[in-house]
Design a protein around this ligand. Structure first.
Ligand code: MRU
Length: 350
């Protein structure tokens, strides 16, 4: 599988996900501002992937800062950091990565600007490597929840393309497949950006994992017919009580899963947990341009003058979540208590 994002000399290269699967094309960023624009425009998307892009984008932007004194450098870096964190509001990974890069700068007041620039690049590479490692661990924990011969429904794309590699929900699916569990995947098409149709199917087909796509409104029917054994999705942010923000449409899938007695699992790294937020009601939900709804591909289908609502994410209350799969293990209800425990452990020195 081609990497989602990488350093290429002094540039950041990312696969342009708007063009997949028809074209596999690199999108080249030479400045921090170009990474911010790429995140906004969905060139790169998926919570962990935009966190990684933010880290690399800040290192890229830092290289262009001409200041020689620490204070002047720090001032300009913080301005860039604020703009980066605001590129998309829902996935907490973006803010998490910006905080991590900011903390590094704050800890290097005694160092030269060149040393800080170097350290920022190394840190961004570390964020990428750690993400892949987390996904592999999540895969190992999560695959235990996938029975032999199971059919798994997933929503959106929580795969290699949404992360540094391997994927969260698709990482669990990959690990189950690697264990020879003979699983099948059903991918919701995921309107309006069609991440399921374009990206999830593309990734799984490359790996030889059997996958079928369905229209978003077909999930309930198939669940009732007994054709789906479990659901696994990713997450953009998880509140302290276990409420989960993920791609619009996840909530209805979770409710349907509960109504049909099907387990609903969420796979996400601990960096997706926002322990500061008591509940999902506090998670900001991105509202995107109505234009995305009027069109299918490049074709506009809506009558002129029609209004559209386009929330990009929804919140699934934790009562619909069977368990959360993380790189630290599987978290089960009661989520408030257990998430806190896992979160504190994940901060403890190794
Ligand atoms: O708008 P997107 O494509 O960035 O939304 C992505 C999702 O909702 C994913 O499910 C989530 O980020 C988890 S990715 C491992």
């Amino acid at each position: 599988m081609i990497p989602t994002i990488k350093w290429h000399d002094s540039e950041v290269w990312m696969i342009d996900q708007r063009k997949l699967p028809n074209k596999v094309q690199w999108y080249v960023c030479k400045r921090g501002g170009e990474v911010i624009a790429a995140i906004r425009k969905m060139v790169i998307r998926g919570a962990p992937a935009i966190g990684i892009a933010a880290g690399m984008g800040l290192a890229l932007g830092a290289n262009r800062i001409r200041a020689r004194s620490y204070e002047a450098f720090r001032r300009q870096f913080l301005i860039l950091g604020e703009k980066m964190a605001a590129a998309r509001p829902t996935a907490v990974n973006l803010q998490w990565a910006v905080e991590r890069m900011k903390n590094l700068v704050e800890s290097m007041a005694e160092c030269s600007v060149d040393e800080i620039k170097e350290a920022l690049r190394t840190e961004s590479e570390k964020i990428l490597e750690e993400d892949i490692e987390c996904n592999k661990k999540m895969g190992q924990y999560g695959q235990k929840l996938v029975p032999k011969g199971a059919t798994v429904l997933t929503h959106c794309n929580a795969g290699a393309l949404a992360t540094g590699g391997y994927g969260t929900a698709l990482g669990v699916i990959r690990a189950a497949h690697e264990k020879g569990k003979d699983i099948k995947v059903i991918a919701d098409e995921t309107r309006p950006w069609l991440q399921g149709l374009r990206l999830t199917s593309f990734e799984l087909m490359q790996d030889g994992i059997p996958v079928s796509v369905i229209a978003d409104n077909a999930a309930g029917f198939l669940m009732r017919k007994g054709r789906i054994d479990l659901v696994i999705t990713g997450a953009d942010r998880i509140a302290a009580n276990g409420d989960v923000a993920n791609k619009i449409g996840t909530y209805q899938v979770a409710v349907l899963a509960k109504a049909n007695g099907i387990p609903f699992y969420v796979a996400a790294p601990m960096s997706t947990v926002d322990i500061r937020l008591k509940s999902g009601d506090m998670i900001p939900v991105e509202e995107r341009a109505p234009e995305e709804i009027y069109r299918v591909g490049k074709q506009r289908l809506a009558p002129p003058g029609l209004r559209a609502l386009n929330p990009a994410f929804d919140i699934t209350p934790s009562k619909y979540v069977t368990a959360i799969i993380t790189e630290k293990g599987i978290i089960r209800p009661p989520f408030r208590k257990n998430l806190k425990k896992f979160w504190e452990n994940s901060r403890a020195p190794a």
